[in-house]
Design a protein around this ligand. Sequence first.
Ligand code: PHE
Length: 471
Amino acid sequence: MAAIGSAVGLGNVWRFPYVCYKNGGGAFLIPYLIALFTAGIPLMILEFSLGHWSRSPPPLAFKKVNKKLEWVGWLSSLTPFVVASYYVVVMAWCFAYMVYSVNLLWEPDAENFFFNFLGKTSGISEIGGISIPVLLGLIAVWLSIFIILYKGVDRIGKVVAITVPLPTILLIILTIRGLTLPGAIEGVSYYLTPDFSKLLNVNVWLSAYAQVFFSLSLAQGILITYASYLRRDSDISNNAFITSLADAGTSFLAGFTVFSVVGYLAYVKNVDINHLGIAGPHLTFITYPTAISLLPFASAIFGMIFYIALLTFGIDSAFSMIEPMASSLNRKWRISKFKATAIICLVGFIASLFFTTGSGIYWLDIVDHFIANFGLVAVGLLECITLGYLYKVSLFREHANKTSDIRIGRWWDLLIRYVVPSILVMLLILSIVENLKKPYMGFPVYALIIAGVLPIVFIVIASFVLQRVKR
Ligand code: PHE
């Protein structure tokens, strides 16, 4: 349940529907499902198996594989920590918007979201002041993360029993509301009308793999950490299938939620859907609330439901990003869980303050772009190479098979050793080429280095340092 909570997050609501629409609509489901079965599920089985076999958080798990590899574990625990530093900021925006929706205080337009609410400055070099509503939201989110994590895994279990089913139910309610609006059918046909010619484009396939990676929380040390808490007789493969399919199902459903309402907005405003923001912050804080505010009745309630759903979807992804570091510090140096969690949440809070300023949204965009396109892919690649070649990967398969109903065959070894790494290498090369061709979004090069390259360099160095510090 916690793994599902980690996987299902903002990525399912604001990323999948859009990626699907852009890459061939209904036809995209083919590369997506292929990516899920050839990379997502196999890698998840590997991570679950490693965590379950070693009963340790990532650094110690990798160390059990090979003494020299502890740093790979640190790297895979530090990466999600960087993701957390901005992911919680987006949750803080949701938090503030949830409060606003009580009496529809928002003026849902771009002007208001960017300039009044975020205090967005005219360019990245102008820092601007801290946005107070965002700061308050941020404190609330970090505090919740701390309270959920510091007592250990039992509390995580109790929390996810609520925060996983609840937003799913809310999403279903919103979908039913959306689908009964005029224009909804046009919206949905935008989402799903298949364009099979897109399947000839290699970028569409890479997008499918990238989406699967991000959405399943792979290569983040999270699934390794969670699996280390499982009972000895827990079913590995079954859990991997359930987690992945639940995540894919939620993404698919969210497409209906989003596009039905976007279709309604296009209908009311009599514009083409293409002119509306249908992904990322634009969708969540401008387009969707605009549509909601135009509902014939109970718009405040549906607005609240939407933000509560996002917050509860997001919170278990957010704390899952912290848990690998907390668990690793706790296990390597016997720092109490309370202290370890406190230190990490405090450092995380300070780091995320960076994103509450007027230029925060620019920085957030850059960090996200680099860590999602390089960090995640590179860690995944390292995992496949280290576990696939330096260790007999078949031993992990045998470990998983010992307790699993679904028995995996030799084909799995081939996927981990050849298929997944080749795809990751392609993804990596493609990103590098694109980023070298022109600076991302036209940002100044110094900003790309500070926010894109430095965090990655920093976590690589930190990983080696953490490996060297004696127990
Ligand atoms: N899978 C989460 C989502 O779809 C995001 C996430 C990324 C969580 C990386 C953990 C680690 O929103």
